[in-house]
Design a protein. Structure first.
Lengths: 115, 116
């Protein structure tokens, strides 16, 4: 397995459910990201982790809870979501500092539908 | 705060022709990186090309090239000899080069249609 892998690809959940999105990167990067992609809106940065430490939280509602147990894995725990949270959730990783490129590498995303 | 603007929601191009996608950005920083990403229906964002702001020479990658105008804060993407596989959403993105800054800021995207 190479690159950035996200599971599941699709998720339908009720507003009272609890679910988690998983992201794994096999690139040896030190930064990981969650982005939300809604129709006709820019990609919204949700969270950034650098070496497992959260460096950015873009005023995301507490019903979204990130977890980064190590520099290769990133989770997004979901609970009591609203229908407007339905979107494509993208995970990305990058190498910040040191030797390496400057671009972010993305997973294929999880299409989340809240019913 | 930095912003990225893509003013063309949708563009069309004939196969084998050339098309240019526009991107402008706003920043007070002097050192940063700019990117063009492609998102096909498979949804995975793929890097097309990147440009370091300190480099005056425009980046090129095969059929893809950029016109980077730092003073005008403009970063357009030119696709030559367009192919059906180029059809996708294209996103322009900015990242600061400041130490300790990790976030990528994206525009709203341009949907490119390639006509056979």
């Amino acid at each position: 397995e190479t690159g950035v892998t996200q599971t599941p690809r699709h998720l339908v959940m009720g507003m009272t459910n609890k679910k988690s999105l998983k992201c794994e990167q096999h690139l040896g990067h030190n930064a990981m990201y969650w982005y939300k992609q809604s129709a006709k809106k820019p990609l919204e940065l949700m969270f950034v982790y650098n070496f497992k430490e959260q460096t950015e939280n873009n005023s995301v509602p507490s019903r979204f809870s990130p977890e980064c147990p190590n520099s290769s894995h990133l989770f997004l725990h979901l609970h009591t979501l609203q229908p407007e949270d339905s979107a494509l959730y993208l995970c990305a990783s990058s190498q910040v500092g040191g030797v390496g490129g400057t671009e972010a590498f993305f997973g294929q995303g999880t299409r989340l539908t809240v019913v | 705060a930095q912003t990225v603007t893509q003013s063309q929601p949708e563009m069309s191009v004939q196969e084998a022709e050339t098309v240019t996608l526009s991107c402008t950005y706003d920043t007070s920083e002097s050192d940063y990186y700019l990117f063009w990403y492609k998102q096909p229906p498979s949804r995975q964002m793929i890097l097309v090309i990147r440009q370091e702001a300190y480099k005056q020479q425009n980046a090129t990658e095969n059929r893809f090239s950029v016109n980077f105008q730092k003073a005008a804060k403009s970063f357009s993407l030119k696709i030559s000899d367009s192919q059906l596989g180029d059809a996708a959403m294209y996103f322009c993105a900015y990242r600061s080069a400041l130490s300790g800054t990790y976030k990528y800021i994206f525009g709203t995207g341009t949907r490119l249609k390639v006509l056979a």
